[in-house]
Structures are given as C-alpha cells and as structure tokens.
Ligand binder design. Structure first.
Ligand code: AMP
Ligand code: GLY
Length: 424
C-alpha cells in the first residue's frame, strides 16, 4: 500500500514512525514532513493547506490511504475533496471536523445531547458578553470560537480581564475572524485528561489514556502552549472514569454527530476535566493530540494501518487494538521564548547519542536540515519519548535522552509525568 501522511510536526513523525513498521506499506510519503520523517518516508514540499496540490499528488501517484494529522486541512475539507475523487482518507469530513472548528457549535452539541460540560454563553455583542461575565463572576474562561492554534483560550482571573479579552477578540485584533464570536464559560477545576477514541461513526474503540501538560513551566505555571509533554497511561482515568467518559461523553457525541448529519470518522479527542469522580468536557479535537500521539503510538502493539484503513472504509466493527503494558512519556524540548516569539536556526547537538539509548525515540517537530546539521525551526522542536515498565521508569528514560540533547536556549519542563507519580 502507498500511504501519505499530512503534516510536519511531532504527531506526524510519530504517525510515520508507526505506519512505517507495517508490513502492508510499500511506499510512505509525508507532506511536508520534517527531518525526522525524512528518515522513514519521502517528504513532499507541499504545505498542509495546499489541498489542490495534495490532491493532485495523491491522485497521480495512486495513494491508497491518506492520513491527516493537523486540524487545518480537515477544517478546509480535505477529506471531502479526496473522497470526491475516489481516494481513501483517515480523518473526519469538514462538517464533522466542525466539532473542533467551532467551539460554539461543540458547546451547543454538548448541551443538546446532555454531554457534561461547563455552563456557557456564546456572544458576538460586547455589552451582552459583559453582562454575562459580571453575572457569572471570576475566574471565568473566554474562548475564541474558531481555530486559533491552541492559543484562543483566556483564563481570566478577574471580570475586568475577561472583558478586555472579549473586546480584543470581538474587535478582530486577537485571532482575526476566529475571534469574531466568543464562548464564555464557567471556570472548572480538577485534573485534565486526554481521552481519545477511534470511530467510524458507529463503532468506537477507545485508545489508551493520556495526559498532556499545557502550561509552559513546571508546576503548570506560565502561559498555555500546544503541549510541553505527555504520558500514557494516565492514572486519573480509572476504570470508573473511563466508563463515564465513554457513556456520558463519547457515545452521545458520536451518536449526536450522526444525528446532526455530521457522522464522525477518525480520531475524536475529548479534553476532559476530572473531579470527585465526575467528568466534564473542556473541548473536542478532530485529530490526534500533539504530543499525546507520541506516547500513545509508542505503546500501541497492533499494526495501525488496518485500523486507519477500517475507519477510512467506514467499518471498524471487527477491529481490535492491542497495547504494550509499558508506560510511555514524551518530554517536549522547545525553543527559547516559546510560546511567544522564539529563536530559530540553532544547531541541535546530541541526537546521535540519544539514538544509542534503548527504549528512547526522538520525534522531530520544529526542526530543519541545514547542510549536515539539524537546526531548530519552530517553537516545539523535539519530543523525546521513552518506554518504561512503570511511568517512573519511562520518565527517567525520557530525561536521560533529554540530558544528551542541547542547543542554545533549549527549554523543557522537568516535571512531565509527575502527576501520575503523585497518585501512586
Ligand atoms: P481548550 O482548547 O478549550 O481545551 O482549552 C485549552 C485549555 O484551557 C484546557 O486544556 C484547559 O487547561 C483550559 N480550560 C479550557 N476551558 C476551561 C474551563 N472551563 N475551566 C478551566 N480551564 C479551562
Ligand atoms: N496537546 C493538545 C492538542 O493537541 O490539542
């Protein structure tokens, strides 16, 4: 089979790494990929939003399956476009990806199908938003309705801060058109978990549990990022929580999307807040999480290709996924300044030394090849991912890898996975 992976981050390197292990694959491409995927696949110089070029390539080269990593091409309708030309895709249609593309839509869906979530309002009018904020009180959460690369969420400590955030969004100064409508919601406390499933629109297979670390600094301090590290399994997802997540969140959402004429096929990612044995849904994403994908795929024992193909064919009924008993931890190494403006072009040292370590794999994200060297080219640069018999051992293995890698200004959290240990 010829397979094309779309995207160029750590998640896509993990997908390419896993797909490349399948005996079913004869040729693997990645668009645009990164220096990490280049070692396992042929990178194509096509950006994720160049749908016509991606289609032309897939059509001319008779690609058997296209696997879409990021949200942007999904929201632009890549799945619909490819399927209209008889090509198979793993990833939801444009109408189904709207569950991530519009937070207002996803909140209204949750309300309609009784999926537990924070109380909220949707606003395009400043005065009405202010009235809601003053009535609810702070802390309070303000979210841009549209896609904002994970940065469109403001946790406001005071009503004044929330009012300013709404004004910035509605005026179009922050997040452009993505902020022309805002969701304002009750602030939830608890422990977050990433709950991912694979579905064909009817059948649902839960993936192993995972937890992300969104804040840039240790102790969950500082601004939110795309994710500074992740681990799997996440002990906060006990079997009782797993059951609640399936029964109260995932199954009604999958059924609700089908009932709305938006049948969902692909990975459905629910961001959950867990507190006192109850779950509430923070958000849905229409794709694998990044960096959750990295530890999840390291733990996946089954060949992933038949699973992806079954979803693309719309029939997951007879598919099973097996997992390694080991735990996995991914520590993200980022450029100085991230998630704000960051440095680029620094030479990364130590990648060969990490390659010597057992059970450690370095997924590339924001890297670029320059002459014979690998240089930084993005905010999140690498995801150093390791297996271990326990979460503790996986953490130690991952940080053993991190310790061998350097570049000027490299930053990473030193407490990835600690919450899992605190529960032991
Ligand atoms: P979202 O993109 O909606 O998941 O929001 C990004 C992050 O903001 C989440 O992972 C949480 O850490 C935080 N967040 C979002 N909504 C809430 C909420 N209602 N209460 C507390 N934190 C939230
Ligand atoms: N790690 C969070 C996300 O992918 O949205």
């Amino acid at each position: 089979m010829k397979i094309l992976v779309i995207g160029g981050g750590g998640r896509e390197h993990a997908l390419v790494w896993k797909i490349a292990q399948s005996p079913l694959v004869t040729k693997l491409y990645c668009a645009p990929g990164n220096p990490g995927t280049a070692a396992l696949a042929e990178n194509l110089p096509i950006a994720v939003d160049q749908l016509d070029k991606l289609l032309a390539f897939a059509y001319e080269n008779k690609i058997d399956l296209t696997v879409v990593g990021p949200e942007q091409p999904l929201s632009l309708g890549i799945t619909d476009l490819f399927e209209a030309h008889g090509l198979k895709v793993f990833g939801p249609s444009q109408k189904a990806a709207f569950i991530e593309g519009s937070k207002a839509f996803s909140k209204d869906l949750m309300q309609k199908y009784n999926v537990p979530t924070a109380a909220y309002g949707v606003f395009t009018d400043q005065a009405e938003a202010e009235e809601f904020i003053n009535r609810t009180g702070a802390p309070i959460v303000v979210k841009a309705d549209g896609l904002a690369a994970g940065k469109g969420v403001i946790i406001a400590r005071t009503c004044e801060e929330a009012i300013v955030a709404v004004r910035d969004m509605l005026s179009g100064n922050a997040f452009g058109s993505a902020g022309s409508r805002v969701v304002i919601e009750e602030f939830l406390t608890g422990e977050e978990a990433s709950f991912l499933v694979i579905t064909d629109g009817k059948n649902v297979i839960p993936l192993a549990s995972a937890q992300d670390h969104k804040a840039v600094f240790d102790g969950d301090l500082g601004p939110n990022t795309g994710g500074m590290g992740a681990y799997s399994p996440a002990p906060v997802v006990t079997s009782a929580i797993h059951e609640k997540a399936m029964q109260q969140v995932i199954l009604p959402t999958v059924a609700g999307m089908a009932a709305e004429g938006r049948a969902y096929r692909g990975v459905l990612y629910a961001g959950l807040m867990v507190k006192d044995g109850e779950v509430k849904t923070l958000e849905f994403n229409a794709r694998f999480g990044d960096p959750e994908c990295q530890p999840l795929l390291m733990r996946m024992k089954s060949d992933i290709v038949p699973v992806l193909l079954a979803v693309a064919n719309g029939d997951l009924a007879d598919t099973k996924i097996e997992w390694h008993d080991k735990a996995a931890v991914c520590v993200v190494m980022a450029s100085e300044g991230y998630p704000g403006d960051y440095r680029k072009g620094d030479v990364i040292q130590g990648l060969e030394q990490v390659a010597e370590l057992d059970d450690v794999y370095v997924f590339h994200a924001g890297t670029a090849a320059k002459a014979d060297e690998c240089v930084t080219s993005g905010g999140r640069v690498l995801g150093v991912t390791a297996l271990g018999t326990t979460v503790k051992e996986a953490i130690d293995n991952a940080y053993r890898g991190v310790a061998r890698i350097t570049w000027p200004g490299a930053q990473f959290r030193s407490d990835i996975g600690r919450k899992a240990l605190d529960r032991d």
